[in-house]
Design a binder for this molecule. Structure first.
Ligand SMILES: NC(=O)c1ccc[n+]([C@@H]2O[C@H](COP(=O)([O-])OP(=O)(O)OC[C@H]3O[C@@H](n4cnc5c(N)ncnc54)[C@H](OP(=O)(O)O)[C@@H]3O)[C@@H](O)[C@H]2O)c1
Length: 309
């Protein structure tokens, strides 16, 4: 079958090649892929670190062509959205059924392919913060794939949403259209008293965001895009009036069980137009180097979708 294979000798580090079709385990369905979306993490770090010849790819939308042998998961012919630790940049993938969401028949596969890592992470990290109705939530890296879904979901959940971006002048209108009440140039502008932070950037922004949290606030350290360390000044961890019981938690989507339910719900929201997939780049098999370059060089704000069928 056709796949995008890691080959660091070519521009972008991926070439189109032939690989054997995957053989599903008993708890896996075989899915014919129609569209996949690219994520910063797999493009930046995956291509750099994977063995030559690996087929990467976390997100994919498609149709079940062979149901799981153990009887779990959707039947043959069901449109689905899938997540796995690799194998999504190919014509077929084998996927564990607890990471398969069922997709409405009328959904557009490219839009659906943006869901697993970006929207799945946004949803699970908001769950980690706890109740958000009427709470102040800061999203850093808000213009990115995860950030745009996080802004929309936090607003849907009734939060007061503060979106942070390095270029508020450029992104203010778009982020407000997604549901942000405020658009700021960094956590120090967030106004304090935060109940929750979804931090996609890491480094100094994480330290600043922690300082803006109110009592009982939770900061979820999702991403580390800056590649910089988090150096907390003396006193940053002091408790005090309005600053007691603040916490920082780590998060990894690929360690989450039972994502099938979340993926199914998110697919319904995207199909019904409640959530926007925010596709800002779209192409086919031959256009991959362009998408990889745009993601790594931070030129692409939103989701890149590859149509594979
Ligand atoms: N833990 C997990 O399970 C998990 C899951 C998904 C993603 N992630 C991580 O979360 C992060 C966001 O993912 P994504 O797919 O949304 O990435 P993305 O689409 O590249 O978006 C990241 C956003 O962060 C900002 N940013 C990027 N590099 C930056 C830098 N050096 N300094 C300051 N801001 C920077 C950019 O916004 P502005 O230019 O507007 O400031 C960008 O839009 C990535 O680090 C990714 O690896 C982790």
């Amino acid at each position: 079958m056709r796949a995008l294979i890691v080959d660091r000798s070519v521009p972008g580090g991926l070439r189109i090649g032939d690989v054997p079709e995957p053989v599903p385990a008993p708890n896996q369905a075989l899915v014919l892929i129609t569209a996949t979306s690219l994520n910063y993490g797999e493009v930046k770090h995956g291509i750099e670190m994977a063995e030559e010849g690996t087929v990467l790819g976390w997100d994919a939308a498609g149709v079940v062509v062979q149901a799981a042998a153990d009887g779990s998961g959707p039947a043959v012919g069901t449109p689905v959205v899938t997540l796995e630790e690799g194998g999504g940049w190919a014509e077929l993938r084998a996927v564990r059924t607890d990471w398969i969401g069922v997709v409405p028949e009328h959904a557009e596969p490219g839009a659906i392919s943006t869901i697993p890592v970006a929207a799945g992470t946004a949803l699970r990290t908001l769950h980690r913060i706890g109740p958000i109705l009427g709470r102040r939530i800061l999203v850093t890296g808000a213009t990115g794939g995860v950030g745009r879904y996080a802004v929309q979901l936090a607003r849907l959940g009734g939060a007061h949403v503060i979106a942070s971006t390095g270029d508020p002048a450029k992104h203010d209108e778009a982020l407000r259209a997604l549901g942000a009440h405020e658009v700021v140039s960094g956590p120090t502008q967030a106004g304090g008293g935060l109940d929750g932070v979804l931090d996609m950037v890491g480094g100094p922004q994480l330290v600043e965001a922690f300082d803006q949290m109110g009592a009982g606030g939770t900061l979820v350290a999702v991403g580390h895009s800056t590649g910089e360390g988090e150096n907390f000044p003396f006193g940053a961890m002091f408790s005090g009036p309005g600053r007691d019981n603040r916490s920082i938690v780590t998060f990894m989507l690929l360690f989450c069980a039972g994502l099938d339910r979340d993926l199914t719900w998110l697919a319904q929201q995207v199909a019904d137009g409640v959530l926007s997939p925010e596709i800002t780049w779209r192409g086919g098999w031959d256009d991959v180097p362009d998408a990889v370059g745009a993601l790594v060089e931070r030129r692409l704000h939103g989701k890149a979708v590859l149509d594979l069928a």
